[in-house]
Design a protein around this ligand. Structure first.
Ligand SMILES: *Cc1c(COP(=O)(O)O)cnc(C)c1O
Length: 447
């Protein structure tokens, strides 16, 4: 019996989004501690966290400011239920989020998927309270990802999930994605956006009477493989939602908190959504927390003497003081460090370090938005993602391609040596993987 931490883990821990049998060949890596952008395993091997531990980490692991805030909070108040009670961290966080977004009412959940569920329920309940009970369906973008609980899956357009769990889910409609890679010769990203918006318009024209909300990931559809689009799409979608009385839900769970260059991605389009979903970076990557922000108008539709007109939703840990305190500390760091400005310079340096990947003959659609980089790899390896991931780990770098799309979404705290390592290891791992492909092809040729 394997008594290592990894061995014990696969016996008793069911790992997420993982075919557990794979761990026979490649056991999970047991992490002992993490500092800044580096993960350190129990044997002392170091891995640069090039995907911010599934897109959650912003200021590096174990940041002293967030750690101090959490330590202090833990001395005082660990948790109290939020129904009938309140506390300073949740109030301060809600005030700050209102100030940053103009959406003045925050409802809390624990994960991204629960934020999606809250936004969908709130939108449909709003229409019911307003005397339009038929408006209870949703529409999303092709390739959209909004989480994996049964309700969130209804607006998540990932074939693998739709096949396995389709019968459990009330599937929503999907309209064309404005993915800029669909540009025809001579078309700009804005042209693609306008073309995609026509698809949305046609759909809303036919179905607005039963539609509560459009949900989308602004600027970058991350799980679809970092599909990027022009902000023009968001402006057109906002105008169409207004025209057809349909809510616009922006899912900023992955793209919020500076990922795309602005604090929130939709701000680059100059629009105001009806709902904003936040999670992942909200606590700087320390604790699970999600929030749905909405407008005075939506809030007012629930404000009544009748309990059934109130929003009927709760999670036991709603507004957990520790998580909220970590989120406040995270927002303080953005201010103190002027992080959006810092990121602009950092992104330039990182882009320069990726020159080798950008120019690689097997790479197409090299793209960047803020602190997100992606490349489509021309490879015939069906298991490219797994092979690349392992090759990068061997070189001390954590990257996990999505299908044949390689991407990087690092924490905002890389120094010059980290950046050099990132650029070199990312390129070397690609060459190693393509070398394996060549060897496999040669073997097949001989056989
Ligand atoms: C990760 C993600 C979610 C789901 O968040 P979980 O915390 O994993 O449930 C929802 N929407 C987007 C855009 C995401 O990237």
């Amino acid at each position: 019996m394997d008594h290592s931490l990894a061995g014990r883990s696969v016996r008793h821990v069911w790992h997420p989004c993982t075919q557990m049998k794979r761990h026979e060949a490649a056991p999970p890596i047991a992490i002992d501690h993490a500092v800044g952008p580096w993960l350190v395993d129990i044997d002392g091997r170091r891995y640069l966290d090039g995907i911010s531990s599934w897109w959650v980490n912003l200021f590096g692991h174990s940041h002293p400011h967030i750690r101090a805030a959490l330590t202090e909070q833990l001395q005082k108040l660990d948790h109290v239920m939020l129904a009938g009670f309140t506390h300073a961290p949740v109030v301060e966080l809600s005030e700050r989020l209102a100030g940053l977004t103009g959406l003045g009412h925050a409802f809390y959940g624990s994960d991204g998927a629960s934020a999606t569920e809250i936004a969908l329920k709130m939108s449909a309940h709003y229409w019911r309270n307003q005397g339009h009970p038929a408006k209870h369906r949703f529409v999303g973008l092709a390739g959209g990802y909004h989480g994996e609980t049964v309700g969130a899956l209804s607006v998540t357009d990932i074939a693998l999930f739709r096949d396995a769990y389709g019968p459990l889910v009330r599937l929503s409609a999907t309209v064309p994605s404005p993915d800029a890679r669909q540009a025809r010769p001579g078309e700009t990203a804005a042209d693609v956006a306008r073309r995609a918006a026509k698809g949305l318009e046609a759909w809303l024209q036919a179905h607005h009477q039963e539609t509560a909300a459009l949900i989308l990931e602004p600027l970058v559809q991350c799980a679809a493989g970092m599909a990027m689009h022009d902000a023009e799409y968001l402006r057109l979608a906002r105008a169409l939602c207004d025209r057809y009385s349909v809510h616009l839900v922006v899912d900023e769970i992955a793209v919020g908190f500076g990922r795309t260059g602005s604090l929130f991605a939709h701000q680059q389009a100059g629009i105001r959504p009806d709902f904003i979903c936040l999670s992942k970076g909200l606590t700087g990557g320390t604790l699970p927390l999600s929030a749905v922000l909405t407008t005075d108008k939506v809030y007012a539709a629930f404000y009544d003497d009748d309990a059934a007109r109130g929003f009927l939703h709760s999670h036991s840990y709603t507004g957990n003081p520790l998580a909220c305190r970590a989120a406040v500390a995270t927002l303080e760091l953005f201010e103190q460090l002027d992080q959006l400005v810092v990121n602009r310079q950092l992104a330039e340096k990182i882009s320069a370090a990726f020159a080798g990947l950008n120019a690689h003959p097997r790479v197409s659609n090299a793209r960047q938005q803020g602190m997100i980089w992606a490349w489509d790899i021309d490879t015939s390896l069906p298991d490219f993602a797994q092979r690349y991931h392992e090759a990068a780990l061997d070189l001390g770098l954590l990257l996990r391609p999505i299908g044949r799309t390689l991407y990087c979404m690092p924490p905002y705290v890389l120094d010059d040596a980290d950046i050099t390592h990132l650029g070199q290891a990312a390129l070397a791992a690609l060459n190693t993987t393509l070398q394996q492909e060549a060897e496999l092809a040669a073997k097949k040729g001989k056989a």
